[in-house]
Design a protein around this ligand. Structure first.
Ligand code: PMP
Length: 285
């Protein structure tokens, strides 16, 4: 695999980052994941805008190649011959060769920019979408700025492992009695045809797929309500689903052992998945 590191395309075994890099020592880094379908980038502009916002919120300098990111994504898709898959991008604050809590001088310390591809044949035809996900609920103990897409992913990783141990696929996190989001996706329930999902705030990541799916839902005259909901409300919902750049729209069929509807992916989730894939492919670049 060819990867990108700070201006160079390199074999993955030759790409090296300093042990003093602040993402390694302090999780001082942000990331994006963009999906590739049929060799084209899905929702690229949304991911780029959110990256810019994450960098701003953390006073992290933009990498020099920021304006070339579309070309870099496309080149990696080309050289790695990616048909369906993902592109992972990470920007870290880099390193001045020392460890210090204070940020290094941005004039002399350049950020680290890394991109690599992951080939995922049949990404849009995942068998998971036919079966639906089984979810457990766990306490949301993450930091208070979940709107910034940082690489502090230890708790979400623990959540996935807790779900696996329980024979499930993923976890929804709960804070003050209300669902925030999934470990790596935004969470939705459907009641009486109405789509309910938590409103945007610092408590959740502002999903790029979420924005597109809600727009398509409203365009299709579906009712959308942005408000918090409890796990109890979710367990008695008609259906549920999650959204993310890698899973698109993925139905949820079980929450904390309670089956939703007839235990199969619901009609609203199925329809939204179809609409999202169709419409976002039309705009893919
Ligand atoms: N919430 C969290 C916590 C996530 O990690 C992700 C995926 N990175 C999402 C939501 C979904 O965001 P997007 O649709 O932009 O992939």
């Amino acid at each position: 695999r060819t990867v990108y590191l700070n201006g160079e395309y390199l074999p993955e075994t030759e790409a090296r980052v300093s042990i003093f890099d602040r993402a390694f020592l302090m999780a001082d880094g942000v990331y994006e994941v963009t999906s590739v379908l049929g060799g084209k980038l899905i929702d690229f502009e949304g991911h780029l805008k959110r990256l810019e916002r994450s960098l701003n919120e953390l006073d992290m300098p933009k990498p020099e190649a920021f304006d070339e990111l579309l070309d870099i994504h496309r080149e990696l898709v080309r050289v790695n011959d990616i048909d369906d898959g993902l592109i992972y991008l990470q920007v870290t604050r880099g390193s001045d060769g020392d460890r210090d809590f204070a940020f290094p001088d941005p004039e002399t310390t350049a950020p680290t920019l890394v991109l690599f591809t992951q080939s995922k044949p049949g990404l849009a035809n995942s068998p998971q979408a036919e079966k639906g996900l089984k979810i457990i609920s766990i306490d949301d103990v993450r930091w208070g700025r979940r709107d910034i897409k940082t690489v502090q992913l230890l708790y979400p990783s623990m959540g996935k492992m807790m779900a696996k141990k329980a024979g499930c696929d993923d976890a929804w996190m709960v804070e003050d009695g209300h669902v925030t989001e999934g470990t790596s996706n935004n969470a939705y329930i459907v009641k009486g045809g109405r789509i309910i999902t938590r409103q945007l705030s610092n408590d959740i990541l502002h999903g790029i797929t979420r924005a597109a799916v809600l727009r398509f839902a409203r365009e299709a005259q579906m009712e959308v309500e942005e408000r918090p909901f409890t796990i109890e409300e979710a367990k008695t919902a008609d259906e549920a689903f999650v959204t993310s750049a890698s899973a698109f729209v993925m139905p949820v069929v079980e929450i904390d052992g309670a089956s939703l509807g007839d235990g199969k992916p619901g009609p609203v989730a199925r329809r939204l998945r179809e609409i999202y894939l169709e419409e976002s492919l039309k705009k893919a670049i």
